[in-house]
Design a protein around this ligand. Structure first.
Ligand code: HEC
Length: 117
């Protein structure tokens, strides 16, 4: 019996395409490229949780990335700080591409969201 894609199999195809996206959104924070960049370049000062509660972070007065103060700023403002640096915050413009800054900023936003819960 020959069966071309019926409505049912199309639906299950659609579902199997949507489901992993939902799941990966939930688990996003850990495996994302932004998380990888953050772990490599930012935790030293900002800490794994983004609060800045590390020996170096305290010494340099690294911003608490989960704070309202930081999270209320626009993407453009935060991108600029990451790209150009600001007081003790080093510039990453020569180390990270625009795309990588977008990814790491997305991760910073996810830290802020986690804090509200
Ligand atoms: C050497 C320590 C250090 C490292 C590494 C570092 N930061 Fe910072 N960061 C700081 C300090 C200090 C501040 C506070 C700057 C200020 O008060 O002007 C800051 C502030 C920030 C802010 C808040 C800016 C604002 O205006 O509120 C963001 C966002 C940020 N850092 C993101 C990052 C990201 C993303 C990385 C990794 C790519 C990173 N930082 C790596 C020290 C660091």
């Amino acid at each position: 019996m020959r069966r071309v894609l019926g409505m049912r199999s199309i639906m299950s195809l659609v579902l199997s395409a949507i489901l992993p996206i939902t799941i990966s959104n939930l688990a996003w924070a850990e495996g994302s490229p932004g998380a990888t960049i953050f772990k490599a370049k930012c935790v030293l000062c900002h800490g794994a949780d983004g609060t800045g509660n590390t020996p170096l972070g305290k010494q340099l007065q690294a911003a608490n990335l989960r704070s309202k103060d930081v999270q209320q700023k626009t993407d453009a403002e935060l991108r600029k700080v990451i790209h150009d640096g600001q007081t003790n915050m080093p510039a990453f413009g020569d180390q990270l591409s625009d795309e990588e800054i977008t990814q790491v900023l997305k991760y910073v936003r996810s830290l802020g969201k986690a804090a509200k819960k």
